[in-house]
Design a protein around this ligand. Sequence first.
Ligand code: SF4
Length: 164
Amino acid sequence: MKTLIPAVILVLVSTVTASLTFSQDAGGSVIQWDPLEGSYDSLVLRCSETAYVADDPDWGVILATVYPDSTGEFSTSVQIPAAFVVDPDKCIADGICISVCPTSAITEDIDGKAVIDPDLCIACGICANVCPVAAIFVPSSGLYYGLFGVSEEITEELIQESVQ
Ligand code: SF4
């Protein structure tokens, strides 16, 4: 007597987690992402020393805003200059960094928090050394990066993030 073995069709559903990758070249740091699936007006790249918490609109430092080219396509990478940045979540607006910067690269935003002009920053690190709350850092490997899509319907939506 034959034993009928039911055919089992195993369907593997693989969830592809799109992620950002970090690398360095002669011009600075390069953040690369997978081609987009959604439709957006612009992309915002943010970076933080702490992992993204869902729906936190103030998470991280804005490193770049990317717009589509004339055909509507987005680049899949952006180069970040070798400059220090200020985490607005940590900054206590004491202005100490502004007074020590040798190139006057640091100004205040409307809340009095420090903002560094990457074109003027020479990455000397003086500001980071005097900051009492460690709010100033250089985007590097080992940090958290998030790519947010921006469109008329949504303000910002996390669409890809770095994997530690
Ligand atoms: S790293 Fe140096 S040049 Fe750059 S903002 Fe800080 S103090 Fe200014």
